[in-house]
Design a binder for this molecule. Structure first.
Ligand code: IMP
Length: 195
């Protein structure tokens, strides 16, 4: 069965393809379809935004759709950047600009900067939504390390680890990541319901 993962983020796509790699689901992405206009993610939660993405993309292509919304929540920043993680330093901000702003904001606080990544993963088939969520707990360090992953990975050290996510291999990150865990939960529900 084909599932369209509503993303153009190659980092996310690689992670999610890996989760579904030993199933009979084939994961397509927006790269396989005509360009989608910008989707306004104006939900107040990750779950709302994931549902907005899934519903919009299903409405365009009528293929059972997976979508996620995810982000970083830092305790000392009252849960920020939260749903604004991708555009923390402004619309179309680069990862580097977002990371720089995060470090600037955290200079006012002492370490450890406790933080977590949150992911809401959603399936939509035109009738029903199925939602699964998970988190990865850890902390933000004061300078970036590593070139793997994307987003805030070079600044994030997961609980129980001494290296950043940017220093983990894809397999290592996939064992602990919020997205891998949320999509694994979703995959298990789908395997039960659809196959
Ligand atoms: P989304 O594409 O709206 O889900 O935005 C996710 C944003 O949150 C990304 O652009 C990153 O800034 C951040 N983020 C989410 N997941 C991760 C991750 O696994 N590593 C690093 N940053 C992440």
């Amino acid at each position: 069965m084909k599932l369209l993962f509503a993303t153009t983020n190659s980092g996310k796509l690689t992670e999610v393809k890996k989760v579904f790699s030993e199933t009979s689901f084939t994961i397509l992405s927006l790269a396989d379809f005509p360009v989608v206009p910008d989707i306004v993610e104006d939900g107040l939660t990750f779950a709302e935004n994931a549902k907005i993405k899934a519903k919009t993309v299903y409405g365009l292509f009528h293929v059972p759709t997976l979508a996620d919304d995810s982000g970083l929540s830092v305790e000392q920043l009252s849960g920020g950047p939260g749903v604004f993680s991708a555009r923390y330093a402004g619309k179309n901000a680069t990862d580097e600009a977002n990371n720089k702003l995060l470090l600037e904001k955290l200079t006012h606080f002492s370490e450890p900067h406790l933080a977590k990544f949150i992911c809401s993963a959603v399936f939509y088939d035109g009738k029903n939504f199925i939602l699964a969520e998970d988190v990865m707990e850890g902390k933000i360090i004061h300078e970036p390390r590593g070139v793997n992953g994307f987003g805030y990975d070079p600044l994030f050290v997961a609980e129980g680890f001494s290296v950043t996510n940017g220093e983990l291999s894809l397999d290592e990150k996939n064992r602990i990541s919020h997205r891998a865990k949320a999509f694994n939960n979703l995959k298990n529900i789908l395997l039960e319901k659809l196959l």
